[in-house]
Design a binder for this molecule. Sequence first.
Ligand code: FAD
Length: 360
Amino acid sequence: MMTREEEPPGRTGFPASPARIAILGAGICGLMTALALPEHGTHLTLIDKGRSVGGRMATRRMGDGWADHGAQFFTVRTTEFADYVEEWRLNGWIFEWATHWSDGSIDIHKPAGYTRFAAYGGMNALAGHIADEVREAGAHIYTGQRITALSVEAGQWRLATEQGKHFTCDILVATPPVPQTLALLETNGLHLDPESENALRAVTYAPCLCLLLRLDTPPDLPHPGARQTPDGIVTWVADNHRKGISPHAHIVTVHANPDFSAQHYQMDDDAIVARLLPELTTVLGKATVQAIEVKRWRYALPTQLHPQRFLFTNTPAPIYFGGDAFGGPRVEGAALSGLAIAAHLRQSLRHDQNRTVGEA
Ligand SMILES: Cc1cc2nc3c(=O)[nH]c(=O)nc-3n(C[C@H](O)[C@H](O)[C@H](O)COP(=O)(O)OP(=O)(O)OC[C@H]3O[C@@H](n4cnc5c(N)ncnc54)[C@H](O)[C@@H]3O)c2cc1C
């Protein structure tokens, strides 16, 4: 038994166990949840609206070049995550990019911090490798499918996508940014218990405006091709060519700070570019900008986190909430949230063969 695609709404009579689990979102949280449930393989379905998996681990093509435009790198601060990362390193999927960043000042000899890992082919490629492992364990991954309709019938979740697919499951794992999942539930007239609802409403995120610039010559950036200035309007600039993921073109990723991003989020692309380009004068030097793209991340990073690595409730039907707002505002945090959901699922399902999970 598995979370079936195109199950007509209203159908009942699934075998009693094992539970069918649908994971909403195939970002790193959803992928790690699935990866840590190999024994549950064929009963798992991941559904994502993106053209590919990865969510905010996003890599974009620009002409003959490539750019990471969401997460730029990841760090490893826990042994739980380190075990997976070591395997990815041995597989040749990731590399050590840096141990600290320069802010562009002369004194770049800061003490080394956490190793910053990047992925060969871009961050999205790492998500793709993990997705392949998840598929090999039997799980189904659907991309290009935006869940717009949710309902609960006889204790089971019914999901429908804008593109016309239908899914049924016993347990839902929701990994999109929390306001998006809450809006989805609300639009469909579904209500959580008040305690969970209040806890989730407290979670907040900051936006990020991102520019991708294609240059004819290299930008002026300190080793290893990136500059981090947390107090500036532009907090991050990186040359994806020097990073190694854009061999044929200098594509530069630029991130604006959260306040600037919030204030200018609704402006049109030209106005955002006109405001940000003057901040890049020294980085651009004599280079000519050949093309520019603007990307808006409405929920870039969580600013008010939930105190636990996930939230589980049985109302209106079994649902987990996970993601970086639960495990920490970074790739590792989202991964840890996914691992915690998987551990809880495994434990709960062992104790209950009746397709529901116990209270968290
Ligand atoms: C600009 C930027 C820079 C960052 N830089 C770094 C960095 O350098 N290092 C670092 O560690 N972290 C960084 N982060 C944060 C990191 O990217 C996130 O913490 C992490 O990727 C979040 O993973 P997630 O699985 O929780 O969420 P997401 O990656 O957002 O995954 C959620 C998924 O849900 C899908 N989804 C949403 N709604 C629906 C729907 N209705 N139907 C179907 N699918 C849906 C989305 O398509 C998405 O794939 C950055 C983030 C941004 C935006």
